[in-house]
Design a protein around this ligand. Structure first.
Ligand code: ADP
Ligand code: MG
Ligand code: ZN
Length: 645
């Protein structure tokens, strides 16, 4: 919580406040000295006289006593003397003069002869300004040192508090976030609910010998509510919540990150049951040894410390470690091993229904006009994250405030939406109308073929909610693990893969770039069919023999060619035949089920996500247009490339 030093960070190009402070202090000291000197001189009624005048007074026997301090002689006259200063004459008894540097041999004799008291003071009369001048370099050096230190503090941590954890500790009783504040993310929420149970009553798990998870990794796009979910877990469980952000660890001193990790875990154990939350795990947990050049020492040390801390406590210690990342692919594999971050919870982008729920949460304390339809707002923002939606609601409230209205109206939201959408970069993936349509048809194509073809894996889910890797998915789940795959299965699989592009072509007469992954996968399968599984028609039962070493990166490239140029060309032809065959088959299947395709695409636009059963139902409903036999009617014999299975 000691974030106070942050305030001292100065904008580049101007003097930092600490510098100004130091300058003021120095100026103050200087002024005080000058004032002191001026004052001592003014208060002093001593009159400066010439040395010769002093000697004359001495010879006249007027000098009562003198004090000699180095070269300075001050003294008092027994009788007042006058002295012309400018036009007026001044009477004085106290005087000041200086001994000539060559000395005065007769002085002592004169003093004695006239019975003058003489006092000698040691020459400590160091004048203040001399002290100041002598000390100036030191003052400057110390000042500069202080400034540099403050700078360093502002950038990172103080040199003196190395190792002090900058953990933010939220008092659980004050953590107001609950699961109710998180809309959507149903899967993640129910899994986390279980974690709350573990924190509440660990014995329940231990009694039956269940190894409770230590590390939970929340994975999802930025803004999907990972941090929010973690805070909700703490709020629900009512335990201390120690939160650190991965980027906090990026320090200037080697070893600081590691000791900070140690401190965090020690603190958490002291307060157990508790939750440690590491946000942006990828910034410390990046794969070791990746990247070019050295200089990763600091991060590696931090990561190693984290790994050993994760290993170093028992499940019974009742500390739950949660982490969030949007780049799970960059994480070091060691982090994901069992006993570390072994539970991965995916936080998906919200679907249409989720978006409505999120909007509802955020308009809770904001009065809405009657013309606002949240369903419609949500529909207009496919691909938006929770953070985007919150942003829109907030912007809309500001619009309303700007026109001094009491309630947020539909126009406010519309304007906010435009503003937020314009400001968004492409990667947040809010899609245009046309893109949505294309994706819906593409996925509907995959889904229809998957549902209709006999050997294809059963359909599990179709979704056009954009994700990091793709704009939509059609998920199939095999009924059982398959070790031997019949030829028909491969043909159907290829047809399903090709159906995405085929649907785009068939309905919209557009071909898009969205099928890149499809083609890559299809090509891989087709190549394997020809090269490994001996399914090529011309090549026959031949395989590229010899072991392959796929351990090495780029193994594909490094593979030894076990066949001639001519054979390579034949292989390519075979692969192409298989792929064109699959494409043709996909197109035929979709043509035969065109009404189902249309209906499915429309439902997808509506609901964004459909389960396998729902797809089957839709296809069934449109089946009256298509007799059932057609499905069986399309198989192998019509395909140009089909060979014996
Ligand atoms: P992440 O950590 O995944 O990048 P955050 O948890 O920081 O995202 O979310 C940012 C904000 O967006 C939250 O504070 C919340 O207001 C809003 N938000 C995100 N997801 C949701 C959700 N599922 N329900 C409600 N609000 C959400
Ligand atoms: Mg976050
Ligand atoms: Zn596809």
């Amino acid at each position: 919580m000691n974030r106070g030093q942050k305030d001292e960070q100065a904008p580049n190009g101007s003097f930092s406040p600490s510098f100004r402070q130091a300058a003021w202090i120095m100026a103050g000291i200087l002024m005080a000295m000058l004032a002191y000197q001026a004052l001592t001189r003014d208060l002093d009624d001593r009159v400066r006289i010439e040395y010769s005048t002093f000697r004359r007074h001495l010879k006249d026997g007027k000098v009562a006593r003198i004090t000699v301090t180095g070269e300075e002689i001050t003294g008092e006259l027994s009788v007042a003397a006058t002295r012309e200063v400018g036009d007026e004459s001044v009477e004085y008894t106290h005087f000041l003069t200086y001994l000539p540097p060559f000395g005065d041999d007769e002085l002592l004799g004169l003093l004695e002869r006239h019975g003058t008291t003489m006092q000698v003071e040691p020459d400590t009369g160091v004048r203040l300004h001399e002290v100041f001048i002598a000390a100036l370099p030191w003052i400057l050096m110390i000042g500069i040192a202080i400034m540099i230190m403050r700078r360093m503090q502002a950038q990172g941590q103080s040199m003196f508090s190395i190792g002090k954890t900058r953990v933010r500790l939220f008092d659980a009783s004050k953590s107001t976030v609950r699961f109710d504040d998180v809309a959507g993310a149903h899967g993640a929420k129910s899994e986390l609910q279980e974690m709350v149970g573990f924190l509440d009553d660990p014995q329940r798990f231990q009694r039956v010998g269940a190894r409770t998870p230590k590390g939970i990794l929340l994975v999802g796009a930025p803004g999907t509510g990972k941090t929010l979910l973690a805070r909700a877990v703490a709020g629900e469980a009512g335990v201390p919540f120690l939160s650190i952000t991965g980027s906090d660890f990026m320090e200037m001193f080697v070893g600081v990150g590691a000791s900070r990790v140690r401190d965090t875990f020690r603190e958490a154990k002291k307060r157990a049951p508790s939750i440690i939350f590491i946000d942006e795990l990828d910034s410390i947990g990046r794969r070791r040894g990746a990247g070019l050049g050295g200089g990763h020492d600091e991060r590696e040390q931090t990561l190693n410390q984290l790994l050993s801390e994760l290993d170093g406590f028992e499940p019974s210690e009742n500390v739950l470690v949660m982490a969030a990342t949007n780049r799970p692919d960059t994480l070091d594999p060691a982090l994901l091993r069992p006993g570390r971050f072994d539970r991965r919870i995916t936080v998906d982008l919200p679907t249409q229904a989720d978006r409505v729920a999120i909007l509802q949460i955020h308009v809770r304390n904001r009065p809405l006009d009657d013309d606002v339809n949240l369903e419609e707002v949500a529909r207009g923002m496919p691909g938006a994250t929770g953070a985007d939606l919150e942003n829109i609601v907030n912007e809309a409230a500001m619009e309303a405030a700007r026109r001094q209205a009491e309630k947020i109206c539909a126009a406010d939201i519309e304007r906010a939406r435009d503003k937020v959408l314009l400001g968004m970069k492409r990667e947040t993936m809010v899609l245009s109308e046309q893109e949505c349509q294309l994706i819906a048809y593409h996925e509907a194509g995959h889904a229809v073929t998957a549902a209709v073809l006999e050997y294809a894996d059963p359909l599990y889910k179709v979704s056009i909610v954009p994700r990091a890797e793709s704009m939509g998915v059609t998920q199939q789940v095999p009924e059982r693990d398959m070790y031997v795959r019949p030829r028909q299965y491969l043909d159907d699989r290829l047809a399903v893969i090709m159906s995405g592009r085929a649907a785009e072509e068939l309905v919209l007469q557009i071909v898009s770039t969205g099928a890149e992954n499809d083609f890559r996968e299809a090509t891989q399968i087709a190549r394997k069919m020809v090269l490994d599984w001996g399914m090529g028609q011309k090549l026959g039962p031949m395989t590229r023999s010899g072991g392959r070493d796929e351990v090495f990166l780029g193994g594909e490239l490094a593979q030894r060619r076990e066949f001639s140029e001519a054979t390579a060309r034949e292989v390519d032809e075979e692969v192409r035949d298989i792929l064109t065959g699959a494409q043709h088959r996909a197109l035929e299947t979709l043509k035969a089920h065109r009404p189902a395709l249309e209906r499915l695409a429309a439902s997808l636009r509506e609901q964004e996500e459909l389960s396998g059963e729902m797809v089957l139902q839709i296809i069934q409903e449109s089946a009256d247009a298509v007799p059932e036999q057609t499905v069986e009617g399309i198989p192998g014999d019509t395909r140009p490339s089909s060979g014996p299975a």
